[in-house]
Write a protein that binds this ligand. Sequence first.
Ligand code: PHE
Length: 335
Amino acid sequence: MDLCEELRCLQEEGVARLQAAADEDALEEARIALLGRQGRFKALRDVFRAADADTKRVAGRLLAAADEALKAAWSGRQQELRGAGAEAGAIDITLPVAGHRRGSIHPISRIAADVEEVFTSMGFAIVDGPHVEEELFNFTRLNIPDDHPARDAQDTFWLDNGRLLRTHTSAVQARLYPSCSLPLRAVVVGKVFRYEEVDATHDNTFTQVEGFVVDAGITVAHMIGTIKTMINAVLRRDDVEVRLRPSFFPFVEPGFEVDVRCTAADAGRLGRWIELLGCGMIHPEVLRQGGIDPEQHQGFAFGMGLERLAMIRHGIADIRVFNGADLRALHQFGA
Ligand code: PHE
């Protein structure tokens, strides 16, 4: 076989062998045999070098063609094998599907949305204030002076700069009055903080909803109607029974606590009264300090912990569920 014949032969057989390589190992083996330092191509090139000028003229093109064809076949097959390998490794279509983990809305966020919706429907504005509050708004302007023992009832976290984490959403009342236009109907839903011993019914971080109305001729009847509407909406009933007991909060006069009677829907607590919120007619001193003339305008305010309401609504026994971040618990209320 002359050189030209051998080069054609090498090209044909070599390309076929490379293209037939079953895996990357076989391909590498073929490459070494064909294109390696001691491979067939190298051997023929040595023959070519030693050949006479006439042979070289013809064989030169064949040599270059074989070189090109072999390299192209090698890299083509290599890409095929790698692509197939990556596909097989990355996606095993026989594996079971991981499935979607749907998120769920936190039960407090859900109730907060319900509360905001019912108040919006009654023409209330949704307002909020800062969590890091000034003493002035959290206490002083709410008729709780420096040395008043009511401050002890709401001990909280104090910052070095003299501010504190607000203990109640009532602070928003004090902030709002000086700049509000009357009549005023507003509701706040937000986090509040207290220095509490944490147990099944107390947490140091919880959520309050506070509603307040200031207008001419506002009475306790308006307050009761508003509170009942809210509780019915949040507990998804229309027959909620409430009871008012006299109580003391420095920023209202008279002040009340409102209890609601549990029905059969509230598992195992039928007929029991549960204390739900504080409320009352806004103290004239609070209005005056907010720049509102109590002779002209009156108002009511109430403040309620949403966690307690969520516990009734969902039959939750431990308040620590809400801030506990245990998704197994929280997912149950997400629907
Ligand atoms: N701010 C009171 C509390 O957190 C609740 C309250 C609000 C009472 C408004 C009366 C009127 O305990």
